[in-house]
Design a protein around this ligand. Sequence first.
Ligand SMILES: Nc1ncnc2c1ncn2[C@@H]1O[C@H](COP(=O)(O)OP(=O)(O)O)[C@@H](O)[C@H]1O
Ligand SMILES: O=C(CO)[C@@H](O)[C@H](O)COP(=O)(O)O
Length: 500
Amino acid sequence: MYLGIDCGTQGTKALVLDADSGQVLGAGSASHTLQSGANGRREQQPQQWLEAFEQATRQALAAAGVSGEQILGIGVSGQQHGLVLLDEQGAVLRPAKLWCDTESTPENQRLLDHLGGEAGSLQRLGVAIAPGYTVSKLLWTKEQHPDVFARIAHILLPHDYLNYWLTSRACSEYGDASGTGYFNVRTRSWDRELLNFIDSSGRLCDALPELTDSDQPVGRLRPQIARQLGLNPDAVVASGGGDNMMGAIGTGNIRPGAITMSLGTSGTLYAYSDQPTVSPHAQVATFCSSSGGWLPLICTMNLTNATGLIQQLLELDIHSFGDLVGQSPIGAEGLLLLPFFNGERVPALPRSRASLLGMDSDNLTRANLCRAVVEGTSFGLRYGLDLLRASGLQSQTICLIGGAAKSPVWRQVIADIMGTPLVCPQHTEAAALGAAIQAAWCLTPAADRQAQLAELCERCVKLDASTQTQPDPARTARYEEVYQRYREQVSLLAESTPRL
Ligand SMILES: Nc1ncnc2c1ncn2[C@@H]1O[C@H](COP(=O)(O)OP(=O)(O)O)[C@@H](O)[C@H]1O
Ligand SMILES: O=C(CO)[C@@H](O)[C@H](O)COP(=O)(O)O
């Protein structure tokens, strides 16, 4: 039995996998809260992730009817890019700034200028550093919290921190490290010079975690944590990884030809590549995968966080929200919602805010508002799909995961806007599943590592035929007109937003 954990933005998900039969035996979850500021601040207390980890794990074990003693391995997936700072004693120094934080956008721009703009960054790191990446948060901390900066002993990503809590070992694997902005995705090594540019004393380099391969264990559970969580003290903790890298494993996206799309707090879209072929489009992030290759990826910052805002405003539960979306026609009778509530990474509008266009005295209805936010957020993913395809990554179908993949109405909107058939896996919490699969992989005896992972994915990743959704050509054509309107508005916003 293997335990897979995914520490996402809105919550932690846990599941118990029987890797012999490929069955998920039980699952659990616990929510997180977000600390937000109008200046773009998005932070979370790492302590809350630990509490959610424990709660979700206990639920998953109880639902599976499995004793914690039976768990042989644990894999941890986590939201990418977040900055967790620890002191010498391993205590958290301040709340973690998250992937969706745009407060440090000016610092990102300064670092990008230092690298020679997007082209310079692509050439040097293989990725163009973008708002939300970890590196700008370090510069921000240095300038806004010099007292905290002076005490930094460990710089970790969210899933690295959870692994540290579980094992006492500070290390990082290539997939999640790719999103830091101080990691070279071609050579799979830290860019120490960039950290020394932020602080020339070398302290930041000393605080870097050790790099490890994705199929390697981090260590065994600390006895105290094993007791606290009711888990087998001999259980091995796998390297884990970023939630998108674990989602790739959890959808079997470990060889070229597949595209996974995630409808979580963020919207993401990614495809495995066996070469570090860096896209000329700066918004395509050629991160390393956690399965030995690379994972060119697009991320939009506004997805279910944006739909959640409208849902809350109209005081709807998730199902009534979906019903209302279904009652409004394509194009929401002229309402267009640009969902950039906290700026956006793709399209690159980090300083924008959301807007609602085309209101008249007839079309401002609850149903149209619900559809407009679903369409607006989905257009961001269409924008990303076009970029991914322009980078040579093709696929005839999309594997859809994440919380909102459970919604039939959203599935149809996505299939129609993308003009592509889609299907969900049986476990749409694919990042947690991928983490459990990775834990099983890490414990298989050394042999052909890629073949072993492929075998595990074949056994554990199953598609749910009932979710298969075909695009309708007439609807796709109608969406195309609305999408072009979205594109025009995005261009206007890009022109009108002042450079930092
Ligand atoms: N049945 C459902 N229909 C539509 N949306 C759903 C459903 N269940 C969950 N969601 C959406 O999924 C979101 C959480 O997605 P999730 O992938 O767990 O996010 P994260 O990993 O970023 O925390 C919820 O906020 C909700 O908007
Ligand atoms: O920033 C990115 C990817 O670059 C996000 O995809 C985060 O990894 C957060 O993921 P979710 O909480 O939406 O799963």
